[in-house]
Write a protein that binds this ligand. Sequence first.
Ligand SMILES: *Cc1c(COP(=O)(O)O)cnc(C)c1O
Length: 336
Amino acid sequence: MIVDLRSDTVTKPTPGMMEAMMSAKVGDDVFGEDETINELEEKAAKIFGKEAGIFCPSGTMTNQIGIKCFTQPLDELIADQTSHVYRYEGGGIAFNSSVSTRLLYGERGIITAGMIEPEINAINDHYPRTSLVVLENTVNKGGGSCYTLEQIKPIAELCKAKGLKLHLDGARIFNAVTKTGDKAADYGKYFDGISVCLSKGLGAPVGSVFLADKETIKYARRLRKVFGGGMRQAGFLAAAGIYALDHHIERLSIDHAHAQILADALAKCPWVSNVLPADTNLVLFDTVEPTSTVLQKLAEHGIKALSTGPNRIRFVLHLDVHADQVEHVVKTLSVI
Ligand SMILES: *Cc1c(COP(=O)(O)O)cnc(C)c1O
């Protein structure tokens, strides 16, 4: 048995999703003529209470487009030090937007208005102009930790009062709302821009959407072309996204339950020194032995995982990990 816990990006389209893709009506999206993409963009915008959306090849692109929409060169954005936009997008903030980054040290990646406020630069020629705050929900490097809307509200209010834009890296936003019970539709009130991945826990093979007001999305379409992300008959991919939104949101609670089962099993292992709370679909834990030794032993039992730091391993649950596979992992953990 193979159990791939490396990432929630490793999922393959389900038969139902494949069928939806094969029967998609497509057109040239650079001309705005792909009706399936148009449908996906409208549907996603509606779910989050934003006016409009744009379908892009990756979450990196939707984040980078968002950052570029909301900043000018020589500006500064504020984000947690663990954030994907800062750590895992290849330095794109500086390269694409000529913007510097002020890092905060949140609790498992969760930052507060009280932490942000003192880091907003005064208007002074010495300082870059602070123009944007980026939140991530759930936080990847925090082990799937998440914000409630109640925690987000004071941040949004601060941003409004100070004239800053607020962008959400919502690669796993549906995991967050599954956990918190918040309504996705309320997110639109607080965030100027929202990036949502369809190819993580939702199980689509490719794609993310960026959601904002109509004017911002108009500019985002121009930026997507400049970034080389203008696709043609990509409705085949958008159809997978629509299918994912219709069929793969409710089941995320299964991944969360599986994550909890693995976290509980890990807590009993003498070779594990620390397990972070499994708030959603990610389980981060620290090992006594070097991670390479542990990963090797897991691999011998068909279990694939990644090391994400010195002595730290990450398990990611997703729709291609079923109950019997979770059971196999639990058994394996007790014998290695
Ligand atoms: C995966 C991920 C992204 C986007 O990644 P792509 O591989 O470019 O689609 C953005 N933010 C977070 C937190 C992620 O985990």
